[in-house]
Design a protein around this ligand. Structure first.
Ligand SMILES: NC(=O)c1ccc[n+]([C@@H]2O[C@H](COP(=O)([O-])OP(=O)(O)OC[C@H]3O[C@@H](n4cnc5c(N)ncnc54)[C@H](OP(=O)(O)O)[C@@H]3O)[C@@H](O)[C@H]2O)c1
Length: 293
């Protein structure tokens, strides 16, 4: 098959075409089908990647049905990443430590192999703009959900050793700190409430938002951004293809270096693509063609 145009590729599907997809609830907002189908077309690989709206109580039926239809791999998004864990036959180290699966490869024996590529996506996007060692940096991470676990793992694996973890529900930040301190005893992870007053922001070198604040177009972000030093880097993993997030607007207003969540999204997809196809995703093409960057 040599049909690099996406529409043509679907018309010329044949018995050799392999099925990939993404399961979520909701799913219509997902950019993953565009990212993967563009990349598959560019490399002329005979796969199709489809979005599937899967309700939580149908997850087990859906993954087994997908396998029965010959599907070879899929991504998972909210709310399926954690519930997928016990449905897997094997888990990679990141999925085990994070406790969530975002990529599944179904092997020739019909086994479900669960991966988590979010930590890889997070750190790859960070390193594209930030070359400094993370050791001895004061890092403030906002959130304590699934994405936060991936970000924490990535930061700690990269040498971060001073992290403040701020969350609205502070008990969750405490549980997460305790959990990660067991695996990374040399690091200091300090749980604090999201409306912290005890923290001196002028000492912070890197701030990472992993809460879903900004996802729904909220105007306000509860952070006294003017207190950050001018060298501070602001990283918001929430992404919006069309408009700046509230945190991005704050960072811009202070002239601070900013990283948005699109890089993480693309790089986690690139790792999944590599797991399924063995090929490198044309990341620059995806950035320019889909995100205009
Ligand atoms: N760029 C990427 O590739 C990528 C990858 C994964 C996720 N994400 C984004 O990351 C965000 C979080 O995802 P997740 O999977 O970690 O979700 P999650 O597990 O549901 O966690 C949500 C987090 O946001 C906090 N939160 C929610 N609403 C809040 C509010 N109104 N005020 C303050 N804090 C609030 C929660 O605090 P409580 O604990 O107090 O509820 C929790 O810490 C989402 O926007 C998602 O789109 C981006």
């Amino acid at each position: 098959m040599n049909h690099t145009n996406i529409t043509e590729r679907f018309i010329f599907s044949d018995g050799e075409s392999r099925l990939l997809g993404v399961f979520g609830d909701p799913i219509s907002h997902s950019l993953s089908p565009k990212i993967h189908n563009l990349s598959l077309a560019k490399l002329d690989l005979n796969y199709h990647y489809l979005p599937f709206h899967v309700k939580p109580h149908e997850l087990s039926t859906a993954i087994n049905g997908f396998k029965a239809l010959g599907g070879v791999g899929f991504n998972a998004t909210v709310p399926h990443k954690v519930p997928l864990v016990p449905l897997m036959d094997n888990l990679d180290a990141a999925a085990l430590k994070i406790g969530a699966v975002n990529t599944v490869a179904i092997d020739e024996n019909g086994k479900f192999n669960g991966y988590n590529t979010d930590a890889y996506g997070f750190i790859t996007a960070l390193k594209e703009k930030y070359n400094e060692a993370l050791s001895q940096k004061n890092i403030l991470v906002l959130g304590a959900g699934g994405a936060c676990r991936a970000a924490l793992l990535a930061l700690l694996d990269e040498g971060a050793d001073k992290i403040f973890l701020a969350n609205r529900t502070v008990t969750k930040a405490k549980e997460l700190s305790y959990d990660f301190n067991q695996h990374y005893p040399k690091a200091t992870i300090t749980p604090i409430p999201l409306n912290f007053s005890s923290l001196e922001l002028s000492n912070i070198d890197l701030i990472v938002n992993t809460t879903s604040l900004g996802l729904h177009g909220e105007d306000n972000f509860p952070l006294a951004i003017e207190q950050l030093p001018s060298h501070a880097l602001v990283y918001d993993i929430v992404y919006s293809a069309n408009q700046d997030t509230p945190l991005q607007k704050l960072a811009n207003s202070q002239g601070l270096t900013f990283i948005d969540g699109l890089g993480m999204l693309i790089h986690q997809a690139a790792r999944a693509f590599q797991i399924w196809t063995g090929e490198e995703m044309p990341v620059d093409l995806v950035k320019s063609h889909i995100f205009g960057k």
